[in-house]
Ligand binder design. Sequence first.
Ligand code: HEM
Length: 452
Amino acid sequence: MTAPVSHIDQLGEESSIWFKLTPLAKGPQNPMKILMQMAERYGGVIPINMANQRVVLLTEPEHFKRVFVTKADDYIKYFDGLKPIFGKAMITHDGALWQKIRMPQQPAFHPDMFVEYVPFFLQAIRTKMDTWAKLAKSGESFEMVEQTWTLAADMICKALFDRDMPFNPHFVFKCVKLYTDVMNHKAVRDKKVAGEEFDVSEESVAKAVETWAGVMPQVLAADPRENREQTLLKMIEAAVADPSIPEFDQQQALDELKQYLWAGTETTALTLAWAMYEVSKRPEARERIRREGLEVYGDRDPTAADYSALAYTRAVIQETMRIYPPIWMFIRVAAKADVIDGKEIRPGDRVALFSYGVHHSPKYWEDPEEFRPERWLGDAAKKRKPYTYIPFGGGKRSCIGGAMSQVENTLALSILLRRFRPEYVGAEPPGINATVTLTPRGGLPFKIHELN
Ligand code: HEM
């Protein structure tokens, strides 16, 4: 398999919207506040003329609906900057080809499949509990996103690929992060801004691309755990063998699988890590989660059917994704001219949907900065205005694994809190980095304690 080196020269491209957002990533403790103030001051549609590119910031739920649904074909997915990571996986395509590639994978994420997956999620959670028991004993502190990222990757490998995780997740994800950070915010950009030559061969980025490119072949070379037929991997193999989809070749298959190792892990991991941070400050929430687990599944293993009964635990996950949406902004490229709220959209404009702003807007949420899982219980949640809560996006391009991630995280939170008390030991409040994902600046340091 060849590394997608052809994309390396795109690193730190000035036309990249992420490049333009670099000052944000380096900005104050919570750079989101600047964008929120802009939205308040300048109204719902904010055109920003950058040197060689027009960016239009959209800040209202009606705009999101227009871009995601009503005029979805006129707003094309923007993912160029991430091609080195995803190759030609469906996440980087649009139109008919995207549909052809997504269709055969969709059944793997139908809720009926969760029955099949839950026992493997539980195995991964048990492995994590073994690690946490050791950390509790030694008393050492650790970084929570690293911990939850390993868990999320283990769940994906076991449940969707029928493999144990054959790679060192800390090393691999460090490579991915280094790579996305380099691409988006760090060395390359600094050198470009300073007008210095950038030689890829000097940079660890080349190594990172190579490591990332090699990870999926490593997974495939590992022995199947149980030779299960009902896996995403089997569905992808069937798509490769299907002559009616010639585009779905071996490379496509590798890139699809690799895509899940990032799109399906970092987001899930960030959610669980932020949830741990929030509950670490709230003994009453931890107690309620523990009690709910006891009432719903007691001393047996939870099943997929128990998930719907874990209403409060799930609400904690939902509220976490409201306050800390892992994908905090969506970027599209306008293919056609349009007018939104009287403002002109030109073909080629980068259209940025600021979902974090709507998740935190007092127009749509009572006390929006309050972490309040109860807002997801009962009827209030059903009356919510559409497109005010979009952690998984909207319309046809919405997240394929969103429902599954909620099962993973609800079960993980429930089970882990029945045995452990997480103690956050970092600065208060944690800073936020506005990279492609919304990450805690410098991580979330924790200690863990065993409950009696
Ligand atoms: C908390 C967890 C997750 C969050 C917040 C999340 C968020 C998102 C969002 C917002 C998008 C759409 C981006 C856009 O429209 O530009 C997306 C797409 C995607 N997600 Fe997720 N995701 C999560 C978990 C997962 C999981 C568990 C998987 C699979 C195992 C997954 C796989 C994907 C894929 C493949 C796409 C691209 C879909 C397409 O292009 O058609 N995600 N995700």
